[in-house]
Design a protein around this ligand. Structure first.
Ligand code: SF4
Ligand code: SF4
Length: 358
């Protein structure tokens, strides 16, 4: 972090999707610059509003990395034990069961009783090792996504397998909530297992797993988000898909788009599905966050209208029928917004994988 080079230009705050609530990242930097002893209570609690979308760090002309200040402040709060009950539960669950959803480890691959995907053991070989993600493992909402992915890989004659019960949470959100010690434990556990499997690639289904595996883990394989992996085979996939004219609007997940510049691959996959792909006004690098990252899936913050609701309202204005996503958190937050607005029958939210065999 280069706090002292900050010129207080406010590009960070003007791009921050949650600045309409209490969080003011420019002000936080200023307080840090003047070495304020104790932050005002309202400012201190606002650090939990951050979705770690990284827009502030990407926009800063002085490379101050403002998001890292939030992460450091979160770490300090955790060290002092000043955290909300909901976050304590996430840490406990991840520590005890390897997932933040308070579910038993032995239930992790219940979905595989039906799909029968090969579980790869230490020393065994597989071309593509799929890292599934806690949310997709446990939430029944993602069963069709898993079914479609497995069906597609089988149709493409791809050699693939999963880690199974031994897969632990990737730790992306744990790290971004500021629990570095627990994150390092999860990382070490996963690295030990993954590095003992002989594979060419690791394919992730969530952009959050993708981002952390790629940037924070030491793994002996190439790492792909599934949209990148399938994009390479798009000509083959075209043969299996019944294309129609459904009006689909694509929402860029922050951890895939902004943070990893994967913008075109998901769109190209969607163009295999529809001739009628449209865009949100704020898209690609300027996409609006869904408000599910940085642990916000578990932290309820009362504030102005939720960002996911803004997304859904724009979808109505543009008369799209489907919001396509490529991230489990985006799916849950945006689908929830359609329910809150009472239009879940009219506007459907699907992951690209669900749309492939819709
Ligand atoms: S964008 Fe960078 S330089 Fe400008 S106020 Fe924010 S942290 Fe400071
Ligand atoms: S990471 Fe995103 S939500 Fe957090 S302060 Fe920066 S712009 Fe705001």
């Amino acid at each position: 972090m280069n706090i002292n080079t900050c010129i207080q230009c406010a590009r960070c705050t003007s791009g921050c999707p949650v600045s309409r609530n209490n969080l003011n990242i420019r002000k936080l930097i200023y307080f840090e610059q003047i070495s304020l002893k104790e932050l005002p209570e309202e400012i201190k609690s606002s650090i939990w509003e951050c979705t770690t979308c990284q827009t502030c760090s990407l926009r800063c002309p002085k490379d101050c990395q403002p998001m890292d200040l939030i992460l450091n402040l979160r770490k300090a709060e955790i060290e002092k034990g000043r955290i909300e009950e909901s976050i304590i539960q996430i840490f406990e669950s991840t520590y005890l069961f390897g997932n933040p959803w308070q579910r038993a480890r032995e239930k992790r691959v219940d979905w595989n009783k039906e799909l029968n995907v090969r579980v790869i053991k230490e020393g065994e070989e597989v071309e593509n090792l799929v890292f599934i993600c806690c949310t997709i493992h446990y939430d029944i909402r993602f069963l069709n996504l898993l079914k479609n992915f497995v069906l597609l890989l089988r149709k493409l004659n791809i050699d693939f397998g999963i880690i199974g019960e031994e897969e632990s949470c990737c730790g992306s959100e744990i790290k971004r909530l500021g629990e570095e010690g627990l994150f390092l434990e999860l990382k070490q556990k996963n690295e030990e297992i993954i590095n003992k499997i002989k594979k060419k690639r690791i394919i992730t289904l969530s952009p959050h797993c993708y981002n952390v595996l790629k940037k924070d883990y030491n793994l002996n394989a190439e790492i792909y988000h599934y949209t990148q992996f399938l994009y390479v085979m798009k000509e083959k996939i075209r043969d299996f898909i019944k294309k129609d004219n459904k009006k689909i609007i694509y929402h860029d997940p922050c951890f895939l788009g902004k943070q990893n510049k994967i913008f075109d691959e998901p769109r190209e996959l969607l163009r295999l599905i529809t001739d009628n792909l449209i865009e949100f006004d704020q898209n690609r690098e300027n996409s609006l966050c869904c408000e599910g990252g940085g642990g916000r899936m578990w932290i309820e913050k009362k504030g102005k209208e939720r960002l996911a609701e803004i997304r859904v309202k724009e979808t109505v204005l543009k008369s799209a029928e489907v919001i396509a996503v490529s991230c489990p958190f985006c799916l849950l937050t945006i689908e929830d917004a359609t329910k809150v607005l009472g239009i879940d029958e009219k506007i459907r939210v699907f992951d690209i994988l669900e749309l492939i065999f819709f």
